[in-house]
Write a protein that binds this ligand. Structure first.
Ligand code: 13P
Length: 252
């Protein structure tokens, strides 16, 4: 059985104090009445990771960084390495988010270095893919997503790929309030699973958790998560309010 995962991506939001407060609230409710079958992950800013790891119930909540350096260590001012992330007790790294690709020029080549370092350090990559509106309007979303995966995670060995979580986030749905319909999301996630099966075999495809992200909220999560190939969500805005995020976690 593949894991159901609800991961929050706080992006560049919350002070340390507000972030710790949010993590505490989420953790308390998850421990009290969260669905035990759902893996909950908090993707915090780097500055918050250690305190959030110390704050949450680590048996129930994993912590993710939203990025890591493409180099192992050295003279790279301002960078945070995968090894450093690992040393905090975090377990996940979000990689390939469209905001990083678009605003920070992250190419597949850069992402492959980050993927390798993430895996070498025993961290789980939550690897994002997804098309822009023009690509969807031209009905080229499948080719686009396949190319993104072909150039990156499909270059891994089967053993490495088994450790990866995929998140499909159509750019037109991120932060826009326009969610992909559950049918659109299901169609894409089924397609992604089919190309994983072509590449690595059905058993690995069936065991891979594939998440949907993009304006997922307390109202639409239930319908999205009810789709057979949707194994959870990567949540931006709605992960910043404990109450909304908890409702999403309990939407299964
Ligand atoms: P929103 O949920 O705010 O649309 O963001 C989705 C996202 O980018 C998560 O990584």
């Amino acid at each position: 059985m593949r894991k159901k995962i609800v991961a929050g991506n706080w992006k560049c939001n919350t002070t340390l104090q507000a972030g710790v407060e949010l993590a505490k609230e989420v953790s308390n409710v998850v421990v009290e009445k969260g669905d035990k079958d759902v893996v909950v992950v908090l993707g915090t800013p780097f500055t918050h990771i250690t305190k959030v790891v110390d704050t949450v119930d680590n048996a129930r909540i994993g912590v993710a960084s939203q990025n890591c350096a493409a180099e192992a260590k050295g003279a790279f001012t301002g960078e945070v390495s995968a090894e450093m992330v690992k040393s905090t007790g975090a377990e996940y790294v979000i990689l390939g988010h469209s905001e990083r690709r678009e605003y920070y020029g992250e190419t597949s080549e850069i992402l492959n270095k980050k993927l390798a370092l993430t895996l070498e350090n025993g961290l789980t990559p939550i690897f994002c893919c997804g098309e822009a509106l023009e690509t969807r309007e031209a009905e080229k979303q499948n080719e686009w997503v396949k190319a993104q995966l072909d150039e990156t995670v499909f270059q891994l060995s089967a053993d490495e790929f088994k450790k990866v979580v995929i998140a499909y986030e159509p750019i037109w749905a991120i932060g826009t309030g326009v969610t992909a319909s559950s049918a659109q999301a299901q169609e894409m996630l089924a397609y992604i699973r089919s190309i994983i099966a072509e590449k690595f075999g059905q058993e690995i495809a069936d065991a891979t958790s594939i998440l949907y992200g993009g304006s997922c909220n307390a109202k639409n999560a239930n319908e999205l998560f009810g789709q057979p190939d949707i194994d959870g969500g990567l949540i931006g805005g709605a992960s910043l309010k404990a109450e909304d995020f908890i409702q999403i976690i309990n939407a299964y």
